[in-house]
Write a protein that binds this ligand. Sequence first.
Ligand code: NI
Length: 168
Amino acid sequence: MALREIVTIPDPVLRRKARKVTEFDGDLQKLIDDMVETLRVAPGVGLAAPQVAVSSRVIVVEFGDEEDETVEPKLYAVVNPEIIKPSEEMVNGVEGCLSVPNLVGDVDRHGSIVVKGQNRHGKPMKIKASGWLARIFQHEIDHLEGVLFTDLANQVWRPQEDETFADV
Ligand code: NI
């Protein structure tokens, strides 16, 4: 595994619509392993391939139970992810992004979703997500469309030192 550089605005790769993955080859396995390592070192809770300058539809998410620190964070790697069954209910929350340094914003997201996609070997998978996990998936899947949280936020501000938010 190797660390990859996280690109930041205004790098144009962040604004490109990412390509669908069709080859589940060694390059894809290496990309996913490198993204996981890069996410953990950052540290963050989610990373999309365009954030490491690869315009492919791949995301990794690692997030634990915010209520219970004894629960091991769960790692998800999803290829060609899509959102199905978004809840009508929208929830407002504060987000940051590893590719948009020193800014956070409040974004309305679906309270729950189902993410449909493929695992790293091309096998179909579905994940039910709510709360922060649903927010992180929506943020990462937006990256694949070239959309950043600053496009969607009601307000954007510089975070206070003690402010907590999800860096994705
Ligand atoms: Ni982000």
